[in-house]
Design a protein around this ligand. Sequence first.
Ligand SMILES: NC(=O)c1ccc[n+]([C@@H]2O[C@H](COP(=O)([O-])OP(=O)(O)OC[C@H]3O[C@@H](n4cnc5c(N)ncnc54)[C@H](OP(=O)(O)O)[C@@H]3O)[C@@H](O)[C@H]2O)c1
Length: 259
Amino acid sequence: MDLGIRGRKAIVCASSRGLGKGCAVALAQAGVAPVINGRDRAALEQTAAEIRQSTGVQVTPVVADISTHEGQAAVLAACPDPDILVTNNGGPPYRDFRELDRPSILAGVTMNMVTPIELIQKVVDHMAARRFGRIVNITSVSVKMPVAGLDLSSAARAGLTAFVAGVARSIAEHGVTINNLLPGYFDTDRLRSGLAAAAQRSGTAEDAIAAQRLVQIPARRFGTAEEFGQACAFLCSVHAGYITGQSILMDGGVFPSTL
Ligand SMILES: NC(=O)c1ccc[n+]([C@@H]2O[C@H](COP(=O)([O-])OP(=O)(O)OC[C@H]3O[C@@H](n4cnc5c(N)ncnc54)[C@H](OP(=O)(O)O)[C@@H]3O)[C@@H](O)[C@H]2O)c1
């Protein structure tokens, strides 16, 4: 399907690896020139080279911590007027809620709520003026259901979801959409490090921990960054202009809802 966004410009935050990379690749396949971002220069340059080689589009890597004002400024300097913004970031580490002190709570909220809000504030009016804009926030299934040890991540992302619910409606008439894409269990470095940590804590083999997780997923497999990216690219397409303010689960059926 032609997504109708060839020649558009995107900022894809936290995209040297994992789900963010999946989104950058899928957008590039649709002919969009992405600014990609991460803190590790070598990984970021390698991803930029891969995307250039496989798609032929212009890819601009920006090494920056997206949670900082300096990092956001660097990314926006590389693309001051994006047509597409995909917000993404690392997540707070798994932790018992009793262990969270004020600085770690504020850091988690900054990472997964304040940072995407600040980025949206900086691009949305330019998008509205051009009468086209697509914003996709990568959040988590944990917005819909608790995941042990991720209470801070869930709360910050739920805060973002509530924040953009009204914003999305306020700018819809200008051709700008804001949606949230909620991953369940995707096979990325983050998932693998979580499995390894759980294996170490429990003295169980990593494969056994992975098998326990898979039993809880009706699709009986982990998701891939590639399929996540394709869904994101569709939400950024011309065909998705009437979808806004939605939280779309990609979880292989984990969250057992009727609606
Ligand atoms: N994978 C899942 O199953 C899953 C499920 C639910 C929610 N999520 C959430 O989705 C997001 C992406 O997860 P993932 O699995 O793709 O993680 P990942 O494989 O660990 O990749 C994270 C990416 O973000 C970059 N990054 C991290 N912190 C950054 C920062 N402060 N500034 C700029 N870039 C940063 C990393 O590069 P550098 O380290 O080089 O900066 C890397 O490119 C996370 O917030 C995660 O909590 C994931």
